[in-house]
Design a protein around this ligand. Structure first.
Ligand code: AMP
Length: 625
């Protein structure tokens, strides 16, 4: 039997959600739907965005309301216009095979008369942002006297944005006996207070630990000097050729500066912030959603409610002012059961903030190293190779040109041909990254580096390194990230993850540190072990541990002496960082072009509308660093 039927959802709804690809309920749906279907409980669900919350409350609403009646029976309040439209759309999709279901989206920044007209025609479910909802209530244009259910979605965000009073006023127009269902990603005291005020012994459901982030997110931080921040950021982006990311900045000016610099440097990026008109924001979001943008540079306020699946990376170019905002930022990745990485680029003085965030999310960050120029080139090379390997060939179209192409290459060996093909893009990176400096904050952070690693394993007394750095012939091309590799090592060797030191995942190989006394155990454990049919090879690295490294990385050394010479010319120290230069390869170039056709459009300072309050900064009441 379909598992949604088992939960008590009727066939016509199950058919509709099957079409959306919902085969099995997500954990929150599995646990909340049976409770909410009784219709007799208040409910508090602590869950991140992207966990399937909308269906968790949307499906029970469709079961519980009487759609023969045309008056408001359910009110869903949410913090942003984007989320409001998303929820409305989702509920309509779930109800596709039902008759007479009317859902209206009520939000600021759009024509109120249109919304009033829809309400007048008769609706059962109102999905609204608080500002506009109150506006409509004040016009006496809606009657909530028969509302049976109120859903407060992303309650922490609504309070964060200062909607407490509006929510109070809206709820006072609904009957006392209604049931209230509250969903929140975090549970600060303000949300607790709201739960207490409006609910009667609510059923509480916590997915994961309170206030923790999504378990599928790996958190990493990089320590760089302030002056190297932009270059380091670009290097992280270059090291992740398939990145589809959201980059968070603290201010509107910073988002614009970063986006402009990126575009100038040939990246496919744009900015999203509160000074854009709604129309401009929609346009940027549309491009991002459709993947015509690779990097979205956003402020916290503008990015609220962004619901885009498959975001691979969230990058905290600047850490948020409030600790809790980190959870909201990182929650934009790893949606719908996917995995994702949340990166913080910090200077040494901000390490304390990282520790504070760790306490809030209940998870440790991994200290990562800014990739070397060589790492980036290698990664890009294999990305090109994979792309060539997997490209879909349009046989019909290419056929007519084949004889000429074959003629052109007739004197070339297969190997030569492959080399040249791969070099087309690879050379750009070689040029750019030749002599690229190490961007990891050095000397003054040395002490902190040691402290960090100390969390994973104690150093030997007397300051001598207790770790040995090992080489393993597996890396990112085998789809390992640091977390995966740590898990793989611990599973095979049965040593504790806490005793593993720094892990450096490269392209076709990686390095990891283990305590000296574990070296033999690790080497023995990997004897005769294969990974996808390949023998796994572990060697003691000639470089020593990161403590006593000093002489630069082995691979860099060999690189300098070898291939890199072919690259020639190119990058001149750090100057290119801020300036025009930079990489202008492949897809990214398109971004620059598009932006110029955008003109100065999105600098239009027109966001003064009252009803668009979710786009404005609200008074702050959250924990600050
Ligand atoms: P939400 O947390 O409601 O924003 O959902 C996040 C994403 O997960 C949306 O794209 C949903 O369409 C998708 N989703 C929700 N429930 C399921 C399910 N049971 N199976 C597959 N996808 C789902």
């Amino acid at each position: 039997m379909n598992p949604f039927i088992e939960l008590g959802i009727r066939h016509d709804i199950v058919n509709a959600i099957s079409e959306l690809g919902f085969e099995n309920p997500t954990p929150i749906q599995e646990q909340s739907i049976p409770v909410l279907l009784t219709g007799s409980n208040d409910f508090v669900g602590l869950a991140q965005t992207g966990t399937g919350k909308t269906a968790a409350f949307g499906l029970p609403l469709l079961e519980l309301l009487d759609f023969e009646e045309n008056h408001p029976q359910a009110l869903v309040l949410c913090p942003t216009r984007e989320l409001c439209l998303q929820i409305t759309n989702d509920i309509k999709n779930y109800a596709k095979q039902m008759n007479n279901v009317h859902v209206v989206a009520v939000y600021g920044g759009a024509s109120i008369s249109d919304q009033l007209r829809q309400i007048k025609r008769g609706v059962q479910i109102v999905v609204a942002t608080p500002g506009r909802m109150l506006d409509i209530i004040n016009r006496k244009a809606i009657d909530f006297s028969q509302v049976k259910f109120v859903v407060l979605d992303e309650a922490d965000e609504m309070l964060n944005m200062g909607f407490q009073e509006d929510i109070d006023n809206i709820l006072s127009t609904t009957p006392d006996e209604k049931k209230t269902w509250l969903f929140s990603a975090t549970m600060p005291t303000e949300v607790r207070r709201i739960a207490k005020k409006y609910m009667n012994e609510p059923f509480e459901l916590t997915m994961g630990t309170k206030n923790t982030g999504n378990a599928n997110i790996e958190h990493e931080y990089y320590i760089v000097r302030a002056r190297d921040k932009y270059a380091a950021f670009k290097r992280i982006v270059d090291f992740n050729p398939d990145i589809f990311g959201i980059v968070f900045c603290r201010t509107k000016i910073e988002t614009q500066d970063i986006a402009e610099a990126l575009i100038k440097d040939g990246y496919n990026a744009d900015s999203l912030h509160g000074d854009l008109s709604q129309q401009q924001r929609d346009k940027v979001m549309k491009r991002y959603r459709e993947r015509n943008l690779q990097l979205l540079i956003a402020t916290d306020v503008a990015a609220r409610g962004i619901d885009v699946n498959d975001v691979t990376h969230v990058i905290n170019y600047s850490l948020p002012d409030e600790v809790e905002n980190y959870t909201h930022r990182s929650g934009r990745t790893a949606r719908a059961g996917k995995t994702g990485v949340s990166i913080a680029i910090v200077n040494a003085k901000e390490l304390g903030k990282i520790r504070q965030i760790e306490r809030v999310i209940g998870k440790k960050f991994i200290k990562a190293e800014i990739p070397t120029g060589f790492d980036v080139c290698e990664k890009q090379l294999f990305s090109i190779v994979h792309k060539v390997h997997n490209v879909t060939v349009n046989e019909e179209q290419i056929e007519q040109y084949l004889p000429r192409i074959i003629e052109e290459f007739k004197d070339m060996t297969k190997e030569d041909f492959i080399k040249r093909f791969a070099s087309i893009e690879f050379n750009r990176f070689l040029d750019y990254y030749e002599n690229a400096p190490d961007l990891n904050a050095g000397v003054e952070e040395g002490r902190r580096d040691r402290d960090d690693r100390g969390e994973r394993g104690e150093r030997a007394p007397g300051g001598k390194s207790a770790f040995t750095r090992l080489f393993i012939n597996l890396g990112s091309v085998d789809e390992f990230n640091r977390g995966d590799l740590l898990g793989y090592i611990c599973n095979t060797t049965k040593i504790s993850g806490r005793t593993v030191g720094k892990i450096d995942v490269k392209g076709v190989y990686s390095f990891f540190e283990v305590q000296n006394e574990d070296v033999e155990k690790v080497m023995t454990s990997y004897k005769d072990i294969e990974f996808k049919g390949r023998p796994v090879r572990i060697e003691i690295s000639g470089e020593g541990t990161s403590d006593n490294r000093g002489g630069g990385e082995r691979r860099e050394g060999s690189y300098r002496g070898g291939e890199r010479r072919e690259g020639g010319g190119g990058y001149r120290g750090g100057e290119r960082r801020e300036g025009g230069g930079g990489y202008r390869g492949g897809e990214r170039r398109e971004g620059g072009g598009e932006r110029s056709s955008n003109g100065g459009g999105f600098r239009d300072f027109s966001g003064k509308r009252r009803e668009d309050r979710q786009g404005q900064d609200r008074p702050e009441r959250r924990r600050r660093f």
